[in-house]
Design a protein around this ligand. Structure first.
Ligand SMILES: NC(=O)c1ccc[n+]([C@@H]2O[C@H](COP(=O)([O-])OP(=O)(O)OC[C@H]3O[C@@H](n4cnc5c(N)ncnc54)[C@H](O)[C@@H]3O)[C@@H](O)[C@H]2O)c1
Length: 332
């Protein structure tokens, strides 16, 4: 059985649907702090299967003990965590508690129950401001914020676990900018998020929660002056986890792999693609650059292709179309 933490969240719910297509049973765990139990009904409707779910917190060691005692968990996909860069600076203790201490608890209980395989949600945030794009996994990590620090610490914990006997094998997946929604448009964000991603902000405008999109700087040294990022469709990201599980099936490993499209696209590229799909313009205002932002960040994804045969299939248009579709379903 696979234990999926953060199962009802944005990435977790998309991944869960894909995992349910496979032969291995999945147990979802989430404390619902940033997601809703309504997602379980949607997962059931899309997959035709009843998702097995436990409401619980990864900081609760007794609960984790109980989960591992009652279920034969052979691998873990660990997505549960707090993810907002700005908030991580303001609420360091909480980010430490969930992203680092919670992860330590999970590893401790895994080891006690001889569960020796894990996929970990890492982030491009570990690279910081000075990495040159396309970013290779081998560059030295230098997070520019506490959120990135917590992800880097997670990778360090996994390196330590690999050096113990028996080794816990792991693949840390360093996600770039995850975007898009399930093609059905049915998976919604039931919890109003404080995440500051470009897609989340565009969706807020379309849903009438914000009057205009803020473009943080149009004077970067890029062809159109706006920041360049690497946007990856959430379904391609989900496939990356399935490929990583397969990779861990064969050999003991402690790997860290970038998952991105491997293409840099600017804020204006995203806006114009979105506008082409919706047929209407998105109101925007030019705001000051945000502290800690970097002009250009996109991934070199050759290692994921080489080690796992992973290849993203969806384009920026797919991301915008699926994101828009989920907004229209929500408004209807
Ligand atoms: N979305 C992105 O672009 C992105 C990029 C890089 C890395 N990540 C990482 O991927 C993971 C999933 O991200 P997401 O976008 O789906 O976020 P999300 O907030 O939608 O999902 C995270 C889930 O974890 C749950 N959770 C939080 N604290 C918990 C705890 N203490 N115990 C149990 N459950 C808890 C939340 O309720 C939520 O459902 C996170 O670890 C995030 O840091 C996300």
């Amino acid at each position: 059985m696979i234990l999926l933490t953060g199962a009802t969240g944005y990435i977790g719910s998309h991944l869960w649907i894909e995992l349910l297509k496979g032969p291995t049973p999945v147990l979802g765990l989430d404390n619902l702090s940033n997601s809703s139990a309504k997602t379980l009904d949607v997962i059931a409707a899309i997959s035709g299967k009843t998702p097995a779910f436990i409401k619980g917190d990864i900081r609760d060691v007794e609960l984790l003990e109980d989960v591992f005692s009652r279920n034969c968990i052979t691998s873990v996909i660990h997505l549960a965590g707090l993810k907002d860069v700005q908030e991580s600076e303001e609420r360091r203790l909480e980010y430490f508690d969930v992203n680092i201490q919670g992860f330590k608890n999970l590893l401790q209980v895994m080891r006690a129950h001889s569960c020796l395989k894990i996929i970990f949600s890492s982030s491009a945030a570990i690279y910081g401001q000075h990495a040159i794009s396309p970013i290779l996994e081998g560059v030295s990590a230098a997070p520019a914020n506490y959120y990135g620090e917590t992800k880097l610490e997670g990778e360090r914990l996994l390196a330590q676990e690999f050096n113990k006997h028996p080794a816990i094998s792991s693949v840390s997946l360093r996600y770039f900018n995850v975007a898009g929604k399930h093609a059905s448009g049915l998976l919604q964000d039931y919890v109003s998020s404080n995440a500051h991603s470009l897609f989340a902000e565009i969706e807020s405008v379309l849903l009438g929660r914000a009057s205009a999109l803020s473009v943080f700087g149009d004077d970067w040294g890029t062809p159109d002056g706006t920041c360049i990022r690497d946007y990856l469709h959430v379904s391609d990201l989900a496939q990356g986890h399935i490929d990583a599980l397969e990779l861990l099936g064969g050999v003991d490993k402690c790997a860290a792999l970038n998952l991105g499209l491997g293409i840099g696209q600017s804020v204006y590229d995203v806006i114009s693609t979105y506008e082409r799909i919706t047929g209407s313009s998105i109101p925007k205002v030019i705001a000051a650059r945000r502290a800690g932002d970097v002009g250009v960040s996109f991934a070199d994804t050759h290692l994921a292709a080489e080690l796992m045969g992973w290849k993203p299939r969806k384009t920026l248009s797919d991301m915008c179309r699926d994101s828009y579709q989920s907004c229209t379903k929500r408004l209807s």
